[in-house]
Design a protein. Structure first.
Length: 303
C-alpha cells in the first residue's frame, strides 16, 4: 500500500499552485479537474495539469488526477487526454461520485485499452469517492468492482447534500448533533475498504484556519482505521501528517509487544503478560500494523 497520510488537493485551473505542490510534504497530490474548476475553465485546467505532470517530478508522492464524473460532459475528454499525454506520469485516476458498478467497470476497460494503445507499462490505479446516499449504500459492492481500485475516499460535502443534512461546513462537527455526525459513514467506508484490501481515506475539513478542529477531525478518522485524510490547503499538511504518523510511544509499545510475544512463543505459550496487560496473537497483529506504518515513515523503536 502507498503512503497516503496527507492527500493534498490542487485545483487544476490554479497553475501557480502546481509548482508549489512539488515542494510540499504531502504523500499524495490530487490534481482536481472537477469541483474546484469552473465549467468554463475545464479544458484549460486539463491542459495545465498535463503540463504540470510532465514538468515537475513530484518525487516520492503518489500522483492522482480527479477527473469529472462519468456522466458529465468533460469526462471522456479528461480520461483520454490524461492517459494519452500523462499516463506514464500518474499513479491513479480518481472517480468522483462513484455509485454504479457498470461505470467503474467501464472505466477499468477504457483504461486497459488506452494503456495498450499508448504502451503504458505501469497499470493505472483507481481511487473511488463515496459522495452520495447511493454510493454509501453500495460501498462494499463498489469496493469490489475493479482490481485497479486502491482507495475509497469519503466525500463529506456532497454526501451531506445527498442526505439532506442541514450542514453548511464541509467535514466539520455538527452543532446540532449530540456526537460525531461522521462516525457511521467513516466506519462504514473503512469496513468496506479493509474487506477488499483497499485504503480508506477521510475527506476534507474545510475551515483551513481551524487547526484544532482539523486535528480533532483527523484523529477521529485515524482512530476508526483511516490511512489518511484530504488536505485542501498546504497549511493543513503538517497537522494531518502528524496525526497519521505513529507516535514514538506507540512505536515503542508495539516493539515491546512483539518482543514479549516472541519470548512467549519460544516457551510455547500463546499468551503472555506485558505489565498489567495480557497479550496474544491479536495483540501481535495489532503491533505489527503499527510497526509497518512506523517503518514506512522512517521511525524506529527506542530500546
Amino acid at each position: 500500500m502507498r503512503a497516503r497520510r496527507t492527500c493534498l488537493v490542487v485545483p487544476g485551473s490554479e497553475v501557480r499552485f502546481h509548482a508549489k505542490a512539488n515542494e510540499i510534504a504531502a504523500d499524495e497530490i490530487v490534481f482536481d479537474l472537477e469541483d474546484s474548476v469552473a465549467p468554463a475553465a475545464k479544458a484549460d485546467a486539463r491542459v495545465a495539469v498535463i503540463a504540470a505532470l510532465n514538468t515537475y517530478a513530484y518525487a516520492g508522492k503518489t500522483k492522482v488526477v480527479r477527473v469529472n464524473a462519468v456522466d458529465s460532459a468533460p469526462y471522456a475528454d479528461d480520461l483520454v487526454a490524461i492517459v494519452e499525454e500523462a499516463g506514464s506520469r500518474i499513479d491513479c485516476l480518481m472517480l468522483p461520485k462513484a455509485e454504479f458498478l457498470e461505470d467503474i467497470r467501464a472505466v477499468d476497460d477504457a483504461l486497459t485499452q488506452l494503456e495498450r494503445k499508448h504502451n503504458i507499462e505501469r497499470r493505472i490505479g483507481l481511487e473511488l469517492q463515496i459522495e452520495s446516499a447511493r454510493g454509501m449504500d453500495r460501498v462494499s459492492e463498489i469496493a469490489a468492482a475493479s482490481s485497479r481500485t486502491e482507495t475509497l475516499v469519503l466525500g463529506p460535502g456532497d454526501l451531506a447534500a445527498s442526505l439532506r443534512m442541514p450542514e453548511l461546513s464541509i467535514g466539520g462537527r455538527s452543532t446540532s448533533y449530540p456526537g460525531d455526525i461522521w462516525h457511521y459513514f467513516i466506519a462504514r467506508l473503512v469496513v468496506a475498504a479493509r474487506a477488499y484490501g483497499l485504503q480508506p481515506i477521510d475527506g476534507p475539513f474545510a475551515d483551513v484556519r481551524d487547526e484544532n478542529g482539523l486535528r480533532d477531525s483527523a484523529r477521529r478518522a485515524a482512530a476508526l482505521g483511516c490511512d489518511g485524510k484530504w488536505a485542501i490547503h498546504p497549511a493543513q499538511v503538517e497537522v494531518i501528517n502528524e496525526v497519521f504518523t505513529p507516535s514514538q510511544a506507540d512505536v515503542d509499545r508495539a516493539a515491546a509487544i512483539l518482543d514479549a510475544y516472541a519470548a512467549a512463543a519460544e516457551r510455547q505459550k500463546g499468551a503472555a503478560m506485558l505489565g498489567d496487560e495480557m497479550i496474544d496473537e491479536a495483540s501481535r497483529r495489532m503491533a505489527e500494523l503499527v510497526m509497518e506504518r512506523a517503518n514506512a515513515y522512517g521511525l524506529a523503536p527506542k530500546r
